[in-house]
Design a protein. Structure first.
Lengths: 826, 228
């Protein structure tokens, strides 16, 4: 019996293959499968790459990394546990040569470096790389090719760092412990450890890395030791997590979250198509039952038919996913060097199974309708109310499941969901309110417009589903494009307005004092000056960060490094209090902090929680007494965590300053001597920020554009599905209108009016939804003040009206293929 | 004989596989405004085709169909908005109430009194009390009465009805026939009914029979004999 049913399902599937609803269903299934399989394959390639990369590029079995050097006792302990320890030091500094300057990472190594792996260098840019047994000798420096080009210097020439001269000896090609810099685009240089000591940089600016050779047992002992003795340090090992793993997981989660939108649209499209499908399948199964078939057989045939439909798609989806995967791997090689493409069957099949499960949920109302079906119901007619409700519940269920699985930024997810649900509410309200009001107002009049409004009002349920489907597509496209446009424009404009054109991210007290004098002397404006000290968050309510939260988030990723802890007696002018109370000026309780609201939400913190910070090798506990948020208009330098000024009297740690200055065009040349004087001064010009930002924006643009194409394709499917769902009804309506003595022109006019009204509600809903999403997400996620451009929005409104009306009228032209003859022959 | 539709030397044939089937040849008929006609005949005789030609929905293979007013001839397209239809399957819009179904053609024409007139017509067909019911809540006979009201509400000069009682029980059929004939008369509309039912045909002023490609006017006793 089962084989017979499969054969029948196969036969019926091919009979319906060319029908419109099956074709559209294939598009919806195909697009979503393609998106998810490609995302899974890419993600898997990256996870594999990261695992191999960790083994090949750690340059040691275990690496301990922290700002300060280990003290003697700590170093002895490590040496006792491990077989061999090699130390490297790294600092960000600025190199100057013949008036040119360039920031780069300078690494100092001893003669025992490297511990594991190969150090590769060459004598010139053109020559082949050779394995070097050890790093540069004292007085020599090795530079990477980009740094050589940037400074216009060649091997053999002398290079100045501060007051010391180094002879450029070799071209640095590969360091075996580059894993930590895997995602950094900074230029590289290497010197001997003795020279770094001679340069006399402040010790707290130097990043120390201890490369350790250890077996499994020693590694486990080291992990336990680090947790108790060096909680603020970072420890990496070959079986552990890659530093980029969390970055990638967040990217993957973001994409996954974005896929909610695609699933939601697919749900709408499938729901529309299900109306046609339900009619056909009910009719068919009732017919089969009337001929003696059992209900179970009818349901089996329907299930097999659906299953065959998805299986038939798989070969083409797999081929396209392979191609998409290949393109994405090429695209990502700038971030993940040497990432290679390889086919993985198992993850692909797993994701196919997961997506098929979701499709099955969407399809469930059709099967449910078959269970409830009977021959008698075909005679007396029936209502679809329960099934329509069921399909909506199924869609919302899937929406929340996908959101739950992929969400790592609770606030962003909540805002995205609020924005989507609000848009749905706005559109439903507009459909209901607008059509009811329109119908009421025009009820005194007659003619095509009042008639269209009247008919739309009468078909409110099916019309609002159509509006919702089309509207959400418009909203998503609009938001995606707006984000792309505004992020670029607003950010650069905002920084120019408030931040000057040179940004100092870290200046010591001595450096800042010098800069202020230098600025006064040269007539340079200092815009903002804000002090801070470096603090590493180690515990929340006495739980380590790993214990406190195992979900990756933006905030947690930042807290894996030391953050800037600012102090202020009063609420900074660019902050506002969100909850709790800011401390009084004369407070004696210095162990309290205010935390940025988004960080609070992201980490699930609440007022009264205790945060433990390691500051200059000492642990300090703080209680959260307030939360604050960024207030635009008074400078953009803001801090996640702030404490009372009094705390600085109790905490022994170096103080730094963040600042911004405004240079006139003629004053840029003054920067070279400043950097020569202070090579470790972290200063970046707006030009560089813009260049970095443009690079990121270009990458984001490509990703978003790809995503927008997916949305546009699905939007088209949703529009067609919504038209096909009501095609028989529309054809009948048009035939009846023709029977009243009207022409096809009248039907076309009515059709155009209806699509114009649909497009108007859709576009207005989409714009309102986008505005709301902008208000919600811009400030909290990008610290930007959302300023809508009404001309742009107006133009968008007109564009959406034209596009949707055009597509709607064009795609529903089949509805006009109606005639009185068809009514006569019914 | 002021206004009428004239069917002159009408022939209709169509190609099926490799042969041409002729439904009727050189057929003549005049449909006077305000008069009722019934066309009967066996299945496949071409009754519905004749209805489509007479209403201008199709073009004949040969011959002419014209509307004549004060001895001037016009194409049927000129009175397209003066022609109404009634179908065997009623074809009411399921989402609209009876009242709104009837008001539909008037609303489209921009008539401000659409609802009042529709209510009046529903009263006429005896459904004033069911005006707010949707088609699914009405019986077959009631639905056809709504369809009659809808076809007459915009006061067309000619009404074409294809088996209007074909889906109804004898009692409902009688009632519908009565309403149909009376309302057309009252409105001075011509009624052309295509039917198998001799009971319905007997209500018309003129009865034609279409058989073997020929249209002939049937006498009342012939119909009775057929009915037996």
């Amino acid at each position: 019996m089962l084989v017979t049913n499969i054969k029948l399902a196969w036969q019926f599937y091919w009979q319906e293959y060319t029908s419109n609803h099956q074709r559209l269903l294939r598009w919806v299934h195909g697009l979503l499968l393609l998106f998810i399989v490609t995302l899974t394959l890419t993600s898997n390639s990256i996870q594999n790459y990261l695992a191999q990369n960790l083994n090949g590029l750690l340059g040691a079995d275990v690496v301990i990394s922290q700002k300060q050097a280990l003290n003697d006792t700590q170093f002895k302990s490590v040496n006792q546990i491990a077989s061999k320890v090699v130390v490297t030091q790294q600092i960000n500094t600025t190199f100057t040569h013949n008036g040119q300057y360039q920031q780069a990472q300078l690494k100092a190594v001893g003669s025992d470096y490297p511990l594991q792996g190969e150090l590769i260098s060459s004598t010139s840019l053109q020559s082949e790389g050779e394995v070097s047994k050890q790093g540069p000798e004292p007085g020599k420096i090795w530079l990477d090719a980009r740094l050589l080009a940037s400074l216009a210097i060649s091997p053999g020439e002398m290079l100045q760092i501060g007051n010391h001269s180094f002879r450029v000896e070799r071209v640095l090609q590969h360091e075996p412990d580059r894993l930590m810099e895997g995602h950094s685009v900074a230029m590289r240089a290497m010197i001997h450890q003795h020279d770094l000591a001679a340069l006399n940089f402040a010790d707290d600016l130097v990043q120390y890395r201890y490369l350790i050779a250890a077996n499994t047992q020693q590694r486990n002992t080291l992990i336990t030791w680090q947790k108790s003795h060096l909680p603020a340090a970072q420890l990496f090992h070959k079986q552990g997590e890659h530093p980029l793993a969390r970055f990638w997981q967040r990217t993957e989660n973001f994409m996954g979250l974005a896929s909610i939108i695609l699933f939601f649209m697919a749900a709408i499209a499938i729901e529309q198509l299900a109306q046609v499908q339900m009619r056909k399948e009910r009719y068919f199964s009732a017919l089969c039952m009337s001929l003696g078939a059992s209900k179970a057989s009818c349901i089996q045939i329907s299930l097999f038919k659906w299953f065959i439909g998805v299986l038939v798609l798989l070969p083409i989806v797999m081929v396209l996913a392979m191609a998409g995967h290949y393109c994405l791997v090429q695209f990502l090689t700038s971030t993940f060097t040497n990432l290679t493409w390889q086919w993985q069957l198992q993850p692909a099949l797993k994701s196919v199974a997961a997506v098929m499960f979701i499709f099955a949920i969407f399809q469930a109302p059709v099967w449910f309708a078959l269970i409830k079906n009977s021959v008698a119901k075909q005679f007396i007619g029936h209502s679809n109310t329960v099934n329509t409700g069921l399909s909506k519940v199924a869609s919302i269920l899937v929406l929340f499941i996908v959101a739950f699985i992929y969400s790592d930024n609770a606030l962003l997810t909540a805002m995205m969901l609020i924005a989507v649900l609000s848009t749905v509410a706005i559109m439903l309200l507009m459909s209901w309110g607008g059509l009811t009001f329109g119908e009421k107002v025009t009820s005194q009049f007659s003619g095509l417009v009042p008639f269209s409004l009247f008919m739309m009002k009468q078909r409110l349920v099916s019309k609002s589903t159509q509006i919702l489907g089309v509207g959400l597509c418009a909203f998503l496209l609009l938001f995606t494009l707006m984000l792309l446009r505004d992020l670029g424009q607003t950010m650069s404009m905002y920084q120019r307005q408030h931040d000057g054109n040179v940004f100092i991210s870290q200046a010591s007290s001595k450096q800042m004092g010098f800069i202020e004098n230098w600025a006064a002397k040269e007539g340079i404006k200092v815009r903002q000056v804000k002090p801070y000290l470096n603090a590493k968050l180690t515990h929340i309510n006495n739980l380590s960060l790993e214990e406190f939260s195992d979900k990756p988030s933006d905030s947690l990723a930042t807290f894996s490094h030391a953050i800037r802890l600012h102090w202020s007696e009063t609420v900074p002018s660019n902050n506002r209090i969100e909850s709790g109370k800011w401390w009084q000026k004369e407070t004696q309780n210095w162990q309290q902090v205010s935390v940025e609201q988004e960080v609070m939400t992201d980490l699930g913190l609440k007022l009264g929680d205790t945060l433990t910070f390691y500051i200059n090798q000492q642990a300090y506990d703080f209680t959260i007494s307030a939360s604050h948020a960024f207030k635009p208009g008074a400078g953009s330098i803001t801090f996640w965590v702030q404490m009372p000024e009094l705390a600085t009297q109790f905490i022994d740690a170096p103080h730094y300053t963040m600042a911004s200055i405004e240079l006139a065009d003629t004053q840029w040349q003054l920067l070279a001597p400043l950097w020569q004087q202070f090579p470790t001064l972290r200063m970046v010009s707006l030009k560089e920020i813009t260049a970095r930002f443009d690079k990121t924006l270009a990458m984001v643009t490509q990703v978003i554009a790809g995503f927008a194409v997916m949305i546009a394709l699905l939007a088209l499917v949703v529009i067609i599905a919504s038209i096909k769902a009501v095609e028989p009804k529309e054809q009948k309506k048009n035939s009846i209108i023709l029977s009243f003595g009207f022409t096809r022109k009248t039907c076309l006019q009515l059709n155009m009016i209806e699509w114009l009204v649909t497009a108007f509600i859709t576009a207005t809903g989409a714009i309102l939804g986008t505005y709301l999403a902008g208000q919600l997400i811009y400030k909290s996620q990008f610290s930007l003040n959302y300023v809508p451009d009404f001309i742009w929005l107006g133009m968008t409104l007109i564009s959406i009206l034209v596009v949707i009306t055009g597509i709607g009228v064009f795609m529903s032209r089949q509805n006009l293929n109606s005639s009185i003859r068809s009514l006569l022959s019914d | 004989m002021n206004n009428y539709i004239e069917l002159k030397n009408l022939s209709q044939s169509f190609a099926a596989s490799d042969e041409t089937i002729t439904l009727f040849k050189a057929l003549n008929m005049t449909i006077q405004q305000g008069t009722s006609y019934a066309i009967t005949g066996p299945s496949g005789a071409g009754k519905s085709s004749l209805l489509m030609l007479a209403s201008g929905l199709e073009n004949p293979s040969c011959g002419e169909v014209n509307y004549v007013e004060s001895n001037k001839r016009f194409s049927l397209d000129a009175i397209r908005d003066q022609i109404g239809f009634i179908f065997q399957q009623f074809h009411l819009l399921p989402e609209l109430t009876a009242l709104n179904n009837v008001a539909l053609p008037l609303k489209l024409r921009g008539d401000k009194q659409a609802i009042t007139k529709a209510a009046h017509w529903l009263e006429k067909v005896g459904l004033g009390h069911r005006k707010n019911h949707k088609p699914s809540q009405l019986s077959g006979g009631e639905q056809q009465r709504v369809a009659i009201a809808r076809a007459l509400v915009f006061e067309p000069k000619f009404i074409f009805a294809d088996e209007p009682t074909g889906n109804l029980d004898p009692k409902s059929a009688q009632e519908v026939a009565r309403h149909l004939i009376n309302c057309c008369k009252e409105n001075n509309a011509s009624l052309i009914i295509v039917t198998h039912s001799n009971e319905l045909a007997q209500h018309a002023e003129h009865v034609y029979q279409l058989a073997n490609g020929k249209l002939s006017q049937a006498l009342p006793f012939e119909l009775e004999a057929e009915a037996c």
